[in-house]
Design a protein around this ligand. Structure first.
Ligand code: GTP
Ligand code: MG
Length: 329
C-alpha cells in the first residue's frame, strides 16, 4: 500500500538479481504458459487499471520484469523495455492499455531490427556460394539445411548439399533422404570421415556441375565441445582455402524453446566461427518468443529466419514488426 510513484522508486527499487525468479526462468525451459505475452502482461503486470494514470509503482515494474524474464527476454532486453515503458508513462505518453501495447511493439521491433534483408541469402559474385549451417545437436540444423535448399531452389538457384556431419550415426542418411525428396545432389563422405574433406569435395562438385549454391550441414556434437569448435574452425578454414571468400554465409541455428541456453550456445559458436546470422527454430505453437529478442540483442547478430515446423515450407524470413505484433497480439 501507499507505493510511491515509479520515478521516485527508480533509484531504490530492487536490482533485477533480487527479483523473485525461479531458477528455470533464468537458465532454461520453464513451464509452458499458453497465454500470449500480452495476456500475461495484462494479467500479472497490469492488474490495476489505474496504474498508467497514477504512474507505475515498484510492484507494477517488478511484475512486468518477471513476465518478460519468464518469457526468456533476458535481463538486458527486459531492462530496456521496462525502462522505455516507465519513461513513457512518466511523460504521460502512455495513458491506456492500447498505448502501452503499441509502445511495446514499437520498442521490440526496433530492438529486433538489423541491417540487410532477412530472407536474402548472400550470393557469390563468381563461383558457387557456400552456406555453412552450424549449431548444437538437435536444434534443427539438418532440417534447416533442407528448408534453405528448398527456398533457394524456389528462387531459381541450383543447390547442392554437403553432409559434413560425419560424427552422428544416421546423419548422412538423414540429409540424403532430404536431398532425394528435393531432387538435388548431396555430397557425403563415409561415417567417421573428415567433415572438412566433405565440404571441400562438395565445392569441387558444385563447380564441376555448375551448381550455384552449396549448403553444408555440420555435426552438433563431438566427444567434447572444444572438439566440435575445433572441427568447425577447420571446416571453415578448408572451405576458405578451396574457395576464397567462402563461406559466404555461416548461419547459426538456435532452438527458440531452450531460453537462456540458446544464448550460451550462441556465444560459444561466435567464438569459433563468424556467424552472419541466426535462425531460431521450433517457434511453432510457442508463445515464448522472448528468446529471439535476447539473442538479437545479446549476440549482436541479425535474426534471418524462423523455423516454424518440421516441413520444408516451415521457414519464415524474419520480420521484426510482424514478430513483435504477433508476440503481443
Ligand atoms: N517443431 C519443430 N521441429 C523442428 C524444427 N526444426 C527441426 N525440428 C525437429 O527437431 C528435430 C531435430 O532436427 P534435426 O534437423 O535433426 O537437428 P540437428 O540440429 O541436425 O541435430 P543433430 O544432427 O543431432 O545435431 C527433428 O525431429 C526435426 O523435425 C522446427 O522449426 N519446429
Ligand atoms: Mg543434423
Amino acid at each position: 500500500m501507499g507505493a510511491p510513484h515509479a520515478f521516485l522508486t527508480r533509484s531504490i527499487r530492487p536490482p533485477l538479481n533480487r527479483l523473485p525468479l525461479t531458477p528455470e526462468s533464468m537458465t532454461g525451459r520453464i513451464t509452458e504458459d499458453k497465454r500470449s505475452l500480452w495476456q500475461r502482461i495484462k494479467r500479472f503486470a497490469m492488474t490495476d487499471v489505474g496504474a498508467l494514470v497514477r504512474g507505475l509503482n515498484a510492484d507494477d515494474i517488478e511484475n512486468m520484469e518477471r513476465v518478460l524474464l519468464e518469457a526468456d527476454f533476458g535481463v538486458p532486453a527486459t531492462m530496456e523495455l521496462v525502462e522505455a515503458l516507465e519513461l513513457g508513462v512518466r511523460d504521460g505518453k502512455l495513458r491506456n492499455e492500447a498505448d502501452l501495447r503499441e509502445a511495446l511493439v514499437t520498442r521490440l521491433a526496433t530492438m529486433l531490427e538489423a541491417p540487410g534483408e532477412p530472407g536474402a541469402i548472400a550470393r557469390a559474385v563468381q563461383g558457387p556460394t557456400v552456406v555453412l549451417v552450424v549449431g548444437v545437436n538437435g536444434v534443427g540444423k539438418t532440417t534447416t539445411v533442407a528448408k534453405l535448399a528448398h527456398r533457394l531452389r524456389r528462387e531459381g538457384r541450383s543447390v547442392l548439399l554437403a553432409a559434413a556431419d560425419t560424427y552422428r550415426a544416421g546423419a548422412i542418411a538423414q540429409l540424403e533422404i532430404w536431398a532425394e525428396r528435393l531432387g538435388i545432389p548431396c555430397v557425403s563422405g563415409s561415417a567417421g570421415g573428415d567433415p572438412a574433406a566433405v565440404a571441400f569435395d562438395a565445392i569441387g562438385a558444385a563447380i564441376a556441375r555448375g551448381a550455384d549454391t552449396v549448403v553444408v550441414d555440420t555435426a552438433g556434437r563431438l566427444h567434447t565441445q572444444e572438439g566440435l569448435m575445433e572441427e568447425l574452425r577447420k571446416v571453415t578454414r578448408v572451405i576458405a582455402r578451396r574457395l576464397p571468400g567462402a563461406p559466404h554465409e555461416t548461419l547459426l541455428v538456435l532452438d527458440g524453446t531452450v531460453g537462456q541456453n540458446a544464448l550460451q550456445q550462441g556465444k560459444l559458436f561466435s567464438q569459433a566461427v563468424t556467424p552472419t546470422g541466426i535462425i531460431v527454430t521450433k517457434l511453432d505453437g510457442s508463445a515464448r518468443g522472448g528468446a529471439v529478442t535476447a539473442l538479437r540483442r545479446e549476440l549482436g547478430l541479425p535474426i534471418r529466419f524462423l523455423g516454424t515446423g518440421e516441413e520444408l515450407g516451415d521457414l519464415e524470413p524474419f520480420d521484426p514488426v510482424r514478430f513483435a505484433e504477433g508476440l503481443l497480439a
